[in-house]
Design a protein around this ligand. Structure first.
Ligand code: TYD
Length: 138
């Protein structure tokens, strides 16, 4: 799980009037943002994700509230709690993700490298594991 995900301290301008965080392509975020979407109104015990992407890369931010992200690289699972609008979770391609434990009124903001494309999704975990092993052989 070393290269598949990174927690990033997003640049934040601290101001008595309120803080300002920005996200742009940089050494930390290696792609231009093509799409932004956000999850909101997720019910208590709600779960999102449950898939990986073939190519897509994303940065996930808890814009409000907090939630947990379980990550799986095909070999090991790990879990990250996102709770700060100034922290971003960079997910490279081929990472299985499951989001849960959403606090009330939480907002999960996602910045993505490409437009929505269902064919980029891997929604079957055994297919995902097979693809990871195939890639590791090459
Ligand atoms: P999905 O990515 O499966 O949601 P999550 O991973 O957050 O649980 O998407 C749910 C539905 O929304 C699915 O029918 C595809 C659609 N969708 C779009 O139309 N555009 C988008 O940018 C995204 C992310 C999803």
């Amino acid at each position: 799980m070393t290269n598949n995900f990174t927690l990033i301290d997003l640049p934040t301008i601290i101001d008595q009037r309120g803080n300002l965080t920005y996200v742009q392509k940089s050494e930390l975020i290696p792609f231009s943002i093509s799409r932004v979407y956000y999850l909101h109104g997720v019910p208590k015990n709600g779960e999102r994700g449950g898939h990986a992407h073939r190519e897509l890369e994303q940065v996930i931010v808890a814009a409000s509230g907090c939630f947990s992200v379980r990550l799986y690289d095909g070999y090991n699972w790990t879990s990250v709690k996102l709770h700060s609008p100034s922290e971003g979770l960079l997910l490279r391609n081929l990472v299985w993700r499951e989001l849960s434990d959403f606090s009330s009124n939480s907002v999960c903001l996602v910045m993505a490298s490409k437009s929505y494309d269902e064919s980029d999704y891997i929604r079957c975990i055994s297919e995902f594991e097979g693809l990871v092993r195939l890639n590791d052989k090459v």
